[in-house]
Design a protein around this ligand. Sequence first.
Ligand code: ZN
Ligand code: ZN
Length: 162
Amino acid sequence: MNQEKNYRMTHQREMILEVVQKNHSHLTADEIYDRVRKKLPRISMGTVYRNLDILASCGFIKKLQPGYAQMRFDGNTRDHYHVVCMRCGKIGDAQIEPLDNTLENLENALGNLTSYGIFGHNLEFVGLCPNCMELEKDLPDDQQTNQLMMEVTEDGSQRKPN
Ligand SMILES: [Zn+2]
Ligand SMILES: [Zn+2]
């Protein structure tokens, strides 16, 4: 009995892991729940959330830093940067590698300047995703900026277009 229960947990966890790893769109917990439910109709939201936390703490997936409207998870656990859409909040992987220790030098410099022990950095690129770029094209110029500002505020984030 006990074994069966454990097996079921493992199976659920595997399904959840698979959903996160197969999607490169940094799904929110709700989106993951929706997808897992298609395969395991009886799974509860609490189970999905709990397993996401366990998977993240075991290092199978990454919980993205707070600052997004919703908790998001990444199946790619390698160090990498993200590009975020200011309008719809979509997150993509930035296909670049850090160049010639620039950021490492910056960390060292900052360590000296602030007397903090610096252990890493978060770098996020912001812009518009292809979909939102397409929408942007159809708007007259003066509406574009208003729309953009509105979305940025509604999102609850501090990002402002430069
Ligand atoms: Zn977008
Ligand atoms: Zn990512």
